[in-house]
Design a protein around this ligand. Structure first.
Ligand SMILES: O=c1[nH]c(=O)c2ncn([C@@H]3O[C@H](COP(=O)(O)OP(=O)(O)OP(=O)(O)O)[C@@H](O)[C@H]3O)c2[nH]1
Ligand SMILES: [Mg+2]
Length: 189
C-alpha cells in the first residue's frame, strides 16, 4: 500500500463528499486543497477545467498529482447555456428563477456534465468527462447542493438528485461517470 498523495483542489464541500466516496480504494491518499481558482469565461468545458488545474499546479508546485473538476448544467433549449455559468445563476438568481427561465420553452431537457482535469506527477494533463441526461423540474427536495433540487436524471428512479441519497446519486451522476474514468485510469498506472 503506497502512501502517495493525490490532491483534489475544490472549495465545494458537497463535491468533496461525493468524490471521497467515488474514489474509495484508490492507491493514493486523497487530500483536499480548498484553493479558490479563477474560472475562465469560456463555453468549452475542457478549457475551463484545464485552466483550473494549471493554476492549481502552479500554486502547489510541480511533482504532485492534482485534479480539479468543473461541473456544468446545460439546457438543451438554450444550446447548452447556462453551462459552466450555472454557478453564478444559482448564486445570483436562485433555483426558483432558474426553473422559470425555461417557462417559454417546451424542451425542459438538460445535460449535467462534469469535466475533470488531472495533472499527473510529470505535469501531463488528462481530461475525463461524464454526462448525465435529465429534465429540469420544479424544485423538489432539500436545497443543500447547487441545483440538485432542479435536476431529475432520466435513468434515475423518478426523483431529483436532491431527493436521492448520495449512494443513489453516485450510481448515475455525471460526476460518478467522470470519476469512474479517472479511477480506471489511475488503476492502470
Ligand atoms: O446540484 C448540483 N449537483 C451537482 O452534482 C453539482 N456539481 C456542482 N454543482 C454546482 O454547480 C456549480 C458548479 O460550479 P463549479 O464546478 O465551478 O464548482 P465550485 O466553484 O462550487 O467548486 P470548485 O470550482 O472549487 O471545485 C456550483 O454552483 C456547484 O455548487 C452542482 N449542483
Ligand atoms: Mg468553481
Amino acid at each position: 500500500m503506497s502512501h502517495n498523495k493525490i490532491v483534489f483542489v475544490t472549495g465545494n464541500a458537497n463535491k468533496l463528499k461525493e468524490v471521497q466516496l467515488l474514489l474509495k480504494g484508490i492507491k493514493y491518499e486523497l487530500v483536499n486543497e480548498p484553493l479558490d481558482l479563477d474560472e475562465l469565461q469560456e463555453s468549452k468545458l475542457e478549457s475551463i477545467a484545464i485552466s483550473k488545474v494549471k493554476q492549481a499546479t502552479s500554486q502547489l508546485g510541480a511533482g504532485v498529482p492534482v485534479f480539479v473538476e468543473d461541473t456544468a448544467l446545460c439546457f438543451n433549449a438554450m444550446n447548452g447555456l447556462p453551462g459552466a455559468y450555472i454557478k453564478w445563476f444559482v448564486k445570483e438568481m436562485g433555483i426558483d428563477n432558474i426553473y422559470k427561465m425555461l417557462t417559454g420553452f417546451e424542451d425542459k431537457t438538460a445535460k449535467a456534465i462534469t469535466t475533470i482535469a488531472y495533472s499527473d506527477a510529470m505535469g501531463k494533463i488528462h481530461v475525463f468527462q461524464g454526462i448525465t441526461e435529465g429534465t429540469i423540474v420544479e424544485p423538489q427536495g432539500p436545497r443543500t447542493f447547487g441545483w440538485d433540487s432542479l435536476f431529475k436524471p432520466n435513468d434515475g428512479v423518478g426523483l431529483t438528485y436532491a431527493q436521492m441519497d448520495k449512494e443513489e446519486k453516485n450510481k448515475i451522476s455525471q460526476r460518478a461517470r467522470a470519476f469512474f474514468k479517472l479511477k480506471e485510469y489511475l488503476e492502470q498506472q
